[in-house]
Ligand binder design. Structure first.
Ligand code: PHE
Length: 450
């Protein structure tokens, strides 16, 4: 079966694809603004600790299940046990995973469409098309729908091409581009007046805010979303890895890139906010908190770019281009989850599957756009706040409690014969068995209560 499936051609290709999935809108605007309003470097520290103690072990659980089964999440979880009930729960969890992945994509494509529209709008500004530029940045159904459809079209086109020619090839092209654009933007913004103030806010730790229990749980949730956990994305990418790869090492690389880019994005967004303040753009809410999330991206930053003339339009093009790339390498990983399932379990042709499922998801996006006020926030909450941690919990339980320890060891030995003697094998098995599920339950409990 493994030979008929796609497979990543190189370790670099895999790391770019998996890091591409992980690095998304969450990293570039979620992380920096959270850090800004929650204690700067102290939040960063909490985030780093959580990423390595929770997200990395949970990522490993998905990669290992995927690589072992060389199959999609439904088949893979169904195969881990001989017990009928456990098999059924496994298959149901896998099924829920691809439904959640599809729903996440349905709102993600809308947001990514806005990013593309803002990027094009700045192009239009440069070439004097002010009317079209302002249409592209104003909230309306036609603009939203067009943006979503174009973005979904790109996602579908890549997934239709398969693992090596689609996912790997495009991730290996887009991720270096993303890094170069990000570094260039950071370097430029740091030269502007006011940037130093933002750096201070980002880098001076205020432990008082960062250590509140509420915030720690929040940071946990973001770390989870940020590494694309709890929907079967990392599981399916792991299933395309060959048996010679050292899993703890490649998982570590992916985690490091994800965190590295989030931290780097902090050096762009925070200074940019204070440059905006310096140029007269409002960056605080009435309650005195820093403006964040959608208002930041679609009001404050464009406000800043608007005060900078031609340079601002160029920076804006690069910034929203960066956002679009980050979103695209994530969205392909979301679409791959249901497509892989349809191809493997139902013998659907990959191209047909990609177009049909992508089309169906675009239809869901349209429904969301038609009922924006009631559906948009709801879909985000249900998928990212509730479903992701819960499915991630089941993954950890399957690896920690249901899968036989000897088989786990055998799987890990494939790419690293000396694994038993290393620190990873001494800590990770009980960590994923006890610590991860406990922490995830805590997040989930908090979500339910809060
Ligand atoms: N990790 C992506 C981000 O930070 C989001 C994502 C979630 C991607 C789930 C795939 C699956 O934006």
């Amino acid at each position: 079966m493994a030979s008929a499936r796609g497979e990543f051609g190189s370790r670099f290709g895999f790391v770019m694809a998996a890091a591409g999935s992980a690095v998304g809108l969450g990293n570039i605007w979620g992380f920096p603004t959270q850090a800004a309003s929650n204690g700067g470097a102290a939040f960063l520290l909490v985030y780093l600790v959580l990423a390595f103690t929770l997200a990395y072990p949970a990522l490993m659980a998905e990669l290992i299940i995927g690589r072992h089964a060389h199959a999609n999440a439904v088949t893979a979880l169904g195969e881990l046990s001989n017990n009928r009930l456990q098999r059924r729960i496994g298959r149901t969890t896998g099924t829920l995973g691809f439904i959640v992945a599809s729903l996440i994509l349905s709102f993600y494509a809308i947001v990514a469409g806005w990013m593309m529209a803002f990027c094009l709008s700045s192009f239009a500004t440069v070439f004097g098309g002010d009317e079209i530029a302002s249409w592209l940045t104003s909230f309306g159904f036609v603009r939203n729908e067009l943006g979503t459809l174009v973005f979904m079209g790109l996602t579908i086109a890549i997934i239709a091409k398969g693992v090596q020619d689609g996912i790997e090839k495009w991730s290996a092209r887009l991720m270096p581009m993303l890094l170069i654009t990000l570094v260039a933007l950071v370097a430029y913004v740091l030269t502007l007046d006011g940037a130093g103030e933002g750096l201070k806010v980002y880098l001076l730790p205020d432990f008082h805010r960062a250590l509140s229990p509420d915030l720690i749980l929040n940071a946990l949730g973001s770390a989870f979303f940020s590494l694309s956990l709890g929907v079967g994305t990392m599981l399916i990418y792991g299933s395309y890895l060959d048996d010679t790869q050292n899993l703890p090492l490649v998982g570590g690389l992916v985690t490091a890139v994800d965190i590295g880019i989030a931290v780097l994005a902090g050096f762009l967004v925070l200074p940019a906010m204070y440059v905006a303040l310096h140029n007269g753009v409002e960056i605080y809410t009435a309650a005195g908190e820093l403006i964040s999330e959608d208002t930041l991206i679609f009001t404050v930053l464009p406000g800043l770019f608007g005060t900078m003339g031609l340079a601002g339009a160029l920076v804006s093009i690069f910034f929203f281009f960066l956002m679009t790339i980050a979103a695209l390498t994530s969205s392909i990983s979301m679409l791959e989850v249901p497509v892989a399932y349809a191809v493997e379990e139902h013998g659907v042709n990959r191209r047909t599957g990609a177009y049909a499922i992508g089309g169906a998801i675009a239809l869901v996006s349209t429904l969301i756009l038609l009922n924006f006020d009631s559906l948009f926030g709801l879909v985000i909450t249900v998928t990212t706040r509730y479903s992701q941690p819960l499915i991630g919990f089941v993954f950890c339980i399957y690896v920690g409690w249901i899968w036989h320890r000897d088989q786990l060891l055998q799987e890990l030995r494939k790419g690293n014969p000396a694994i038993e003697r290393g620190l990873f094998w001494k800590i990770w098995p009980w960590w994923v068995r006890i610590v991860c599920p406990t922490i995830i339950l805590a997040i989930f409990g908090q979500s339910l209560l809060g």
